[in-house]
Design a protein around this ligand. Structure first.
Ligand code: CP
Length: 317
């Protein structure tokens, strides 16, 4: 079976194929009758070892709209609390003959560990500070839609400068987006306080900035990330007020970016910390709500494509 553990495993043409496949599901999701029977008879398990609103619900909705039986395992209410290991949990899920398993876990590499133990496709719904591939794919889809709405018919992001600002050190969203945006031709800048910038980040081909104003200058897209205080035990944590002063996206600061620069945020947002409501709610510039909408369509495309082999349907392009 083939898994989706990270953007790093995808070729550029596979990313474009996933985005193109998701288009049909955007259309379906906007209708009142939203169900098809593509995955009828299949069982999908969402095993979430960390909290989630968007990813869990959109994977559940995606599976159900495709006709699959979807069950959710919340680690807090599972036998993980009784000391069961991740590998034993994986073997247990496998014995139930799931047709796809979606995993969110606090440890980088947990998804791959499970993928190596089970017989069905495994989809990474975020593993530690490693990758969150479906987030990067939905971000790319939302951005492409916004650009097309403005009359840009480009298939990819060649010529676009994207600044990702926030807790780059702990962010799986940043890593997956860097890989995905670069595969689609964008130039990527990252901006963070020194303590939250990974050493050697230049090796990924991004341009690091410590000054937000400098990073924003000439940026066509600004992607804001929250401070992941749950991953900062024992580390320097800037106060929220200090962080907002230096790195918060205010309307005045957005004026440093290109005219009509697009604002993105994967959520959950901490309004007044990394982003002001005045910016987050700008209908013409912010695509934060559209990102959530595209999340369902992208996850439908991923579930369809990854279960094709088991359904005897031609797989990837
Ligand atoms: N963006 C994202 O992964 O949100 P959730 O943590 O709510 O799933």
């Amino acid at each position: 079976h083939r898994d989706l553990t990270g953007i790093g495993q995808l070729e550029r043409h596979e990313i474009l194929y996933l985005l193109d496949q998701a288009e049909q599901w955007i259309e379906l999701n906007r209708q009142s009758a939203k169900h098809v029977g593509l995955l009828t008879g299949l069982t999908i398990i969402n095993a979430f070892f960390e909290n989630s609103t968007r990813t869990l619900l959109s994977f559940e909705i995606a599976g159900k709209r495709l006709g699959a039986d979807v069950v959710n395992m919340h680690a807090a209410q599972s036998s993980v609390k009784k000391g069961e290991t991740l590998i034993d949990t994986a073997i247990t899920l496998n014995a139930m003959r799931a047709d796809a398993i979606v995993i969110r876990h606090g440890s980088s590499g947990a998804t791959q560990l499970i993928a190596d133990k089970v017989d069905c496709p495994v989809l990474n719904a975020g593993d530690g500070s490693h990758e969150h591939p479906t987030q990067a794919l939905l971000d790319a889809l939302a951005l492409r839609h916004k650009l097309r709405e403005r009359g840009d018919s480009a298939e990819d992001f060649t010529g676009l400068t994207v600044t990702i600002c926030g807790d780059i050190l702990h962010s799986r969203v940043a890593r997956s987006n860097i890989l995905c945006l670069q595969a689609m031709g964008a130039s990527v800048r990252v901006c963070a306080p020194p303590a939250l910038m990974p050493t050697g980040i230049d090796a990924l081909g991004v341009e690091p900035f410590f000054d937000f104003g400098d990073a924003l200058s000439g940026s066509d897209v600004v992607m804001m990330l929250r401070l992941q205080s749950e991953r900062m035990a024992g580390q320097f944590i800037p106060s929220e007020r200090e962080y907002h002063h230096l790195y918060g996206l205010t309307k005045a600061r957005l004026d440093h970016a290109a005219d009509d620069a697009i604002v993105m945020h994967p959520g959950p947002m901490n309004r007044g910390v990394e982003i002001d409501s005045e910016v987050a709610d700008m209908l013409d510039r912010s695509i934060i709500t559209q990102q959530v909408e595209m999340g369902v369509a992208i996850r439908m495309a991923c579930l369809d494509i990854l279960t094709r082999a088991a359904r005897g349907v031609e797989g990837w392009t």
